[in-house]
Design a protein around this ligand. Sequence first.
Ligand code: GUN
Ligand code: FE
Length: 440
Amino acid sequence: NDIIEEDVKIFIGSIIHCTKPFVLEVIEDGFVIVEGKKIIVVNKNISQLENVKNQLNITSCKEIRLTKTQLLIPGLIDTHIHAPQYPNVGLGYDKPLLEWLEHYTYKLERKFRDQKLSKAVFNAVVKKTLSYGTTTATYFASLFGNSSLLLADAAIQHGQRAFVGKINMTKLAPDDYIETPQETVENTIKFINEVNFRGCDRVKPIITPRFAPSLEFETMEQLAEIARENNLNIQTHISENKEEIKLVKALFRSSSYASVYYQSGLLTPKTVLAHGVHLTDEELTLLAQTGSSISHCPDSNTCLKSGLCDVKRLVSNGIKVGLGTDVSGGPSPSIIQAMRSAIQTSIHISHSKEDYDPLTYCDVFYLATLGGAEALSLQNKIGNFEEGKDFDALIIDADVEDSAADYFVDCNCLELLQKFVFLADNRNIQQVYVSGKQVV
Ligand code: GUN
Ligand code: FE
């Protein structure tokens, strides 16, 4: 049990994480020992610290002692964000999805043929999301392989954990922002190889058909095959907007939106589908049976007027759910903001239902951490403080000067978490760790 001592960190203080779906564990005075990138000890009793250090032969290490208003929590997970749309945040919410895509989104994304613009924007997005505590991000990059690689490089450089997808689109977008079916498949294989060649364990390629209307059925089948052969995650959009659903029904001879993806082989346990606002009961069954998950993007669903997504209904049908910012469908790059909006959406839904308990701050904390990890099939690697997992974590302070949480009262751990969920921004994120390494 030899320990490389220079690389041991001990976090001492109050800790909150989820041990299971929707189950929080609050440790008032405990400690977590991290060796290299791994969590090796989680202990609920601070008085055992010296004992444990002796047992493990730890004589030198870095001890990080939290203050009374600080908490150690798992890193936040954004299961759906469009990096090249970042310059458009806050713009275009006068139009519903399909018009917004045409008038704002494709026009911006096609500029990412430019490597200089790509590099500047992608570095800004990775730094910004890390500052808000996003330790794992699942990115849509652009149609262009070379530009998408720059996003992977930005995540590698700044220390974020990420899935990066080169978008597949062969129709229903400007002529200079689509590929032929053959090009899109070949360029995807090339992109996967180039990301894998970087050899970074944290940053992986993800298969990214934009949404069903962007592609022929056969191309989706080929992309599903590439995912299968390379054991890759898959991301796309589903059932976000009613006009979009009509379009899918007109384009494909399929009984539902979900069944288009199902028949093409795109629904797998490693598939994350953004939105899922208007799914039918039959579609929920398909998602549950295939183990596919939903990225709940409440800010985007509000700003683009897509609808109210009922997370409780997804969960009670056995579907894994994580949270997404969906920048720039949503205006904020912050998963803390997504947590608040998920609560608000759920409360609005509850007004028109009987015996409906809306999501609580504890529920959305689960969605933003372990829920996200499960949605991305990373639950054996990250999402909470379990011995053997990689240490992705935040030190947050619920009481920072000039924050919205001024006039601070004495709080217990769960009250600190409430303050964090309802009030925090990036000023409240004080230290960010990914794979045991401090990145902010
Ligand atoms: N559906 C297809 N493309 C997009 C996109 O970029 N954003 C959102 N919100 N929905 C989409
Ligand atoms: Fe999206």
